[in-house]
Design a protein around this ligand. Structure first.
Ligand code: GTB
Length: 217
């Protein structure tokens, strides 16, 4: 059955792979699943046809036969559960990998996301510097804890999993706008290992091609 995801026809990140379709593309590539992409505009994502798929008017979405999904984490989990390579077979190891997926999205991503939004939307506010310091402090605490847990391991819990895929995706967002990761060489190396995976490279090239084509057109 054909899988179709949605992505921005013109991503504001100019093809740097920061929008959340990237993590879904990466998961599909890790799982060896071909997929189609329906490119959408910022206007179209707020219209009824898209809102029926994604109630908050966002990308990405995922359609496969009569299944329609939203939320990048739920989509990655669905892909990981249906196909090999992203979740361990052992039930306890699988549960731990899923815990890392939630940790990436619920514990590590929020302050990183808030920081990038603050840098765009709150720069002129009188409290901006204070807010940025507070977010940076939270992020550094998360990075220190994550760095300590990762230690010298390649991945967070044994083999590469969907937990690593989401954690690396989240850390890449930070790397794009800050040098904070540099203070944690094992995390920098962890992110580099993720980026070096052939599936990551294919997914990155696919989203970059959208930007390149849009720029040429
Ligand atoms: N929790 C949802 C999920 O994980 O699927 C969040 C989805 C989401 O935030 N989607 C964003 C969106 O559609 C795109 S990814 N925003 C439009 C809107 O809300 O109206 C966030 C994003 C956008 C752009 C960049 N960038 O240019 O650097 C990075 C990340």
């Amino acid at each position: 059955m054909t899988i179709t995801i949605t992505a921005f026809e013109r991503s504001p990140d100019r093809g740097r792979g920061l929008a959340r379709d990237m993590r879904v593309r990466w998961a599909l590539d890790e799982a060896g699943q071909p997929y189609d992409v329906r490119l959408v505009s910022f206007k179209a994502i707020k219209e009824p046809a898209h809102l029926a798929l994604q109630p908050f008017g966002q990308i990405p979405t995922y359609e496969e036969g009569d299944l329609a999904l939203f939320e990048s984490g739920a989509i990655v989990l669905h892909i990981a559960e249906r196909h090999g390579g992203l979740l361990p077979d052992d039930a306890n190891a699988r549960a731990r990998a899923i815990a890392w997926m939630f940790a990436a999205l619920n514990t590590v991503e929020p302050p990183i996301f808030d920081r990038s939004l603050a840098r765009i939307l709150e720069r002129d506010e009188p409290w901006y510097e204070k807010r940025l310091r507070s977010l940076d402090e939270t992020i550094r605490k998360r990075l220190a804890d994550l760095s300590r847990r990762l230690g010298e391991a390649d991945w967070l819990d044994g083999e590469f999993s969907a937990g690593d895929l989401l954690m690396v995706s989240v850390l890449l967002r930070l790397k794009a706008s800050s040098d904070m990761l540099d203070d944690y060489p094992n995390l920098s190396a962890y992110v580099a290992r993720g980026e070096a995976r052939p599936a990551y490279k294919r997914a990155f090239a696919a989203q970059l091609a959208v930007f390149t084509a849009a720029s040429a057109g």
